[in-house]
Design a protein around this ligand. Structure first.
Ligand code: TYD
Length: 207
């Protein structure tokens, strides 16, 4: 059966959460059955893992521990939320997925894209997305947006600018590597323009 699993990626403050909201509303209006989710997806076990991961007091967390926890949380989300929705034929839209681990833990933390990918393959099996939309904003622009909108800063938001620059470089490597799957949208445009571009990519796979 054909599945439609779409993920959104981007640096901090790329605006993907607002874009996903509008995109999902428009797809629903057009008659599609859509599930939007984000890790940890409201799944109790994954929420508990997330709490440990993002707690600003956990300064001692090792990079491999961090990668394993993201993968563990993802596994629970896949099993409880994503796979059941795909089985029901829904379009699933997820705010961040495996590519976040490849960029943040693989490149940002320096564990290596291939190492983090194999770890994630153990977690997700063949539950890979068909399309990834990368909302592109330079890391400094994104971080400024996060700081000025007064959002709570988690352990990763508080990382240095050089960490976020490495993450961004990681995303650029993934875009090169997975050109078929990852489409880039300029996130410095107006939200309406970003939403329109995202919809046109999605329409090309849902018909
Ligand atoms: P999230 O709360 O989704 O933040 P945002 O609003 O920026 O999307 O994600 C929390 C942080 O966790 C964010 O800094 C990105 C990071 N992260 C990873 O490092 N690895 C991962 O696999 C995921 C999903 C997120």
């Amino acid at each position: 059966m054909k599945q439609t699993f779409i993920t959104f990626e981007g640096p901090e403050g790329s605006g993907k959460t607002s874009v996903i909201k509008s995109v999902a509303a428009m797809l629903k209006e057009a008659g599609h059955d859509v599930l939007t989710t984000r890790e940890p997806g409201g799944v109790a076990i994954a929420e508990q893992i997330r709490h440990v991961m993002l707690d600003v007091d956990n300064e001692a967390m090792d990079a491999k521990t961090e990668a394993l926890l993201f993968a563990a949380s993802r596994r629970q989300h896949v099993v409880e939320v994503i796979l059941p929705a795909l089985k029901q034929g829904k379009i699933v839209i997820c705010d961040r997925y495996v590519d976040s681990s490849l960029a943040y833990q693989g490149v940002g933390r320096g564990l290596g894209i291939d190492t983090v990918f194999s770890l994630n393959q153990f977690a997700i099996g063949d539950c890979m997305q068909n399309l990834t939309l990368f909302i592109d904003v330079p890391p400094t622009t994104g971080l400024n947006r996060v700081q000025t909108n007064g959002r709570h800063m988690d352990r990763l938001d508080l990382e240095s600018l050089s960490f976020h620059e490495r993450v961004y470089k990681g995303y650029r490597t993934l875009i090169e590597r997975y050109q078929e799957r990852i489409k880039v949208i300029d996130g410095t445009q107006s939200i309406d323009e970003v939403v329109e571009k995202a919809l046109s990519h999605i329409r090309s796979i849902v018909g």
